[in-house]
Structure formats: C-alpha cells, structure tokens
Ligand binder design. Structure first.
Ligand SMILES: [Zn+2]
Ligand SMILES: [Zn+2]
Length: 140
C-alpha cells in the first residue's frame, strides 16, 4: 500500500511488455540459464520503460515469477499441494515429483512458513518460550 504508486507503474509496464510478447509464457526453456537470461532481458525492457532502475523486490517479482520447475514455461501450471511454492506443467508432473518431493519440498515449505511468520510479524523471540519454561518448572 505504501508503494502503491510505484507498484501501479510497474504493473502497467509489465502488462505492456507481456502484451508485446504474448507467446512468451508458453515458451519452454532448455535450461535454467536460458530462463534467467530471458528474465534479465525482460528486466532491462521494464527498466527502460519505467525510466528508473528496479527496486530489489521488483527484480524478485520478475525473477521468481511462477514457472514450471523443469522447463520454466509459465502457462497451465499446477502447484505442489504440499509446499505451495513450486509449480510444474502438465507434461512434467512426473519429472517434477521425482526432483522436488522430499528434501526440496520440505525446504520450500520451511521457507514459506518463515515468510508467513515474517509477514504476520510474529518473529519476536518471546513467542511461547515462557509456557515451555513453566511446564519444565512444574514438572516436579
Ligand atoms: Zn514443464
Ligand atoms: Zn512441494
């Protein structure tokens, strides 16, 4: 809300850029590097259109947009129903499960929970340690 004016500007520019390249979201990338390269080009285009450099959160918004974990296409994605942080396309459902399930999924779930804690402002270390101490004390 604080950055609403800025936000509005970048949203408009992003819409324009995306309209210019309507096919880009179904494009499949050969590897991660190729995907990042196109993101960097997109950032440059947006920067030129905005006439200012991008804020870190705006760069993140562009770099971490929803894509298939395997091919980085952006259309018709499904989301991991466990961590809600990873996406995959129809074609890569199996490949995704193989690569993502287990450790990666756990890690992303942890990161998501940390994000939620930070957003909700419940990061003070006085959370409920008092209760735990009381329990220990009364355990005579
Ligand atoms: Zn895919
Ligand atoms: Zn997951």
């Amino acid at each position: 809300m604080i950055h609403y004016a800025e936000h509005k500007a970048i949203c408009e520019v992003m819409m324009q850029v995306l309209i210019v390249e309507p096919q880009s979201d179904i494009h499949r990338y050969n590897d991660w590097q190729e995907w990042i390269q196109t993101r960097k080009e997109l950032m440059k285009t947006i920067q030129q259109n905005l006439n200012r450099s991008l804020e870190p959160y705006e760069k993140q918004m562009i770099l971490w947009s929803k894509t298939c974990f395997i091919c980085h296409q952006q259309a018709e994605l499904k989301t991991c129903q466990r961590c809600f942080s990873a996406n995959y396309c129809e074609e890569h459902a199996n490949a995704f499960r193989t690569k993502h399930d287990g450790y990666k999924c756990d890690q992303m779930m942890l990161m998501l929970n940390i994000d939620i804690e930070i957003i909700s402002g419940r990061t003070n270390d006085d959370s409920n340690t008092d209760d735990d101490e009381n329990n220990v004390d009364s355990n005579e």
